[in-house]
Write a protein that binds this ligand. Structure first.
Ligand code: C5P
Ligand code: C5P
Ligand code: ZN
Length: 477
């Protein structure tokens, strides 16, 4: 193994030893367990995390089951507390709800902002043994940007057996699923994990245009819908995109087949990248061209070859009640890839339909410190956050305000909140806002500083918005 740098940069307050110690404790607990229940989140990060945990259990020859949940609600908490398995391994979930977990024998590998009341109440040694909580926030690292749920789960896998470093690429997919590569690539502990993945083979870091869909989007759509960053003059303008390629002599098709970005020759790609760089503002250049993560074991032109597209494939399963198919894909099951094809196209249709719905019906309402929309029963609660995030990064909302989205759900109203990362630098913490505001109206919530969510009673949306606006205005300077 090459000598790896410590997790991220060593900054004051970052307690690498403390993190390594809890990782080690979790590894011992998993290794000693008779049997395991894995409980994970339905999104790309949660599915990658579950696949890592399940692979570890298989390699240790342990009997295990996997359950997926969209949030740590009553059903998830009951499944954990009533489990007869000797160990429950919760990944990409759990930290925000620690005080409600009572089972003896829990390992949590998560990166959400932890439940502070649990840490304050945690006084006896017994409490420490009952729940082994591995979370970067407890050791001075930022769980929203430096490591994902799959990443924390991977650290435990690697501690159990260094041979598990072949799972590092799944942790990279998980981090991309949680948008931790936005800006100009993975950083912090994710960087160490990335180095493991590269060292293992199967993942290459390649400098390229970082817009979404390099492997599977037709060339026009790649520029027309690419919004992080948007290219002035091309974003949302099909004709201009077509003229852009024509001007460079780049054909859009090979025979009858649409070409995509990775079909371009090195020369074509270089010329197009340069022309794109000339169009964007100085501040967006590093975002536009930089690191991309190529999973080289998968064929060109498939979504599993690009870490971001792989993550979308997993979301297209998990957010539509089919997380086990996503997990099977991560574990190399080709039948699951075939079974997921319909999921992927349905997800694309749903997302673009949902964005159109908000735009065409002018659902977005703007207040002084926040903007919001209420999709009622028209957008599925599990994709509401993706839609809110895409509106914010595209042209569907104001970038400088947090966006709050509502959709009906089985147990009340689902809330998703998103904000640009720059707002977190100005003090915004949506996790805190969602947690406090939800509890003040009889609901619950949590998450990360720039991406959080909640479930609240259906008749308290207005009151909730007022509280959210007060909290946001107090946080942001
Ligand atoms: O529960 P978990 O941490 O996996 O979920 C985080 C969610 O927040 C993901 O769905 C991810 O896409 C979203 N996110 C976002 N923008 C960010 C960071 C995360 O939309 N900048
Ligand atoms: O569902 P959505 O993608 O909007 O969730 C964003 C973040 O908020 C995720 O990390 C999720 O785990 C968290 N969340 C939460 N409690 C809820 C709903 C979402 O902690 N009730
Ligand atoms: Zn996550």
């Amino acid at each position: 193994m090459p000598t790896l740098p410590p997790f991220g940069d060593r900054m004051p307050g970052m307690d690498l030893r403390g993190l390594e110690k809890t990782v080690r404790m979790a590894a011992v607990a998993v290794s000693r367990a008779d049997d395991v229940l894995i409980v994970s989140h339905i999104d790309a990060d949660g599915i990658s995390a579950a696949a890592i945990a399940a692979t570890v259990c298989e390699r240790l020859d342990k009997d295990y089951d996997v359950l997926f949940f969209s949030k740590m609600g009553e059903d998830a908490i009951a499944a954990v507390n009533n489990s007869s398995r000797s160990l429950v391994w919760i990944s990409d979930l759990g930290s925000g709800y620690l005080s409600q977990l009572s089972k003896d024998g829990i390992v949590i590998t998560d990166h959400h902002v932890p439940d502070s009341s649990w840490r304050r109440g945690q006084t006896s040694l017994g409490e420490f043994n009952r729940v082994i909580h591995v979370n970067p926030h407890d050791h001075g690292y930022d769980g929203s940007s430096e490591i994902s749920g799959a990443g924390v789960t991977y650290l435990v896998a690697k501690s159990i057996d260094p041979a598990n470093t072949d799972l590092a690429c799944l942790a990279v997919v998980g981090a991309c699923g949680d948008m931790q590569d936005s800006g100009n690539g993975l950083s912090g502990i994710n960087r160490t994990i990335l180095e493991d993945a590269v060292y293992e083979g199967g993942l290459e870091v390649k400098e390229d245009v970082r817009l979404y869909g390099r492997e599977t989007r037709p060339l026009i759509g790649f520029l027309q819908y690419g919004s992080d960053p948007e290219v002035p003059g091309l974003f949302n303008d099909q004709e201009a995109c077509s003229a852009f390629y024509a001007g460079l002599g780049i054909p859009l098709k090979k025979g009858n087949r649409n070409r995509c970005w990775t079909d371009l020759s090195e020369n074509e790609r270089g010329a197009a990248a340069e022309a794109l760089l000339e169009r964007v503002k100085e501040k967006d250049r590093a975002k536009l061209v930089g690191e991309t993560y190529v999973l080289t074991d998968f064929p060109k032109g498939t979504d599993r070859r690009d870490a971001k597209e792989f993550a979308t494939l997993l979301n297209s399963c998990g957010r539509y009640d089919d997380a086990p198919t996503g997990m099977r894909i991560c574990m190399g099951d080709e039948d699951a890839v075939e079974a997921s094809k319909e999921n992927r196209s349905a997800h694309k249709r749903n997302i673009s339909g949902a964005i159109d719905l908000v735009k065409k019906n002018d659902l977005l309402k703007v207040r002084r410190f926040i903007q919001y929309f209420d999709a009622g029963g028209e957008i599925k609660d599990t994709v509401l956050g993706i839609v809110a995030g895409m509106l914010l990064s595209g042209d569907g909302a104001y970038r400088g305000l947090p966006i709050i989205a509502f959709a009906d759900s089985d147990d009340g109203v689902k809330v998703s909140a998103r904000a640009e990362r720059g707002m977190a630098e100005r003090g915004l913490n949506l996790s805190e806002v969602m947690k406090k505001a939800a509890s003040m109206v009889g609901g619950f919530g949590g998450g990360h500083n720039v991406a959080a969510g909640a479930t609240i009673p259906g008749d308290r949306k207005e009151e909730f918005l007022d509280i959210v606006e007060d909290l946001v205005s107090a946080q942001v300077i």
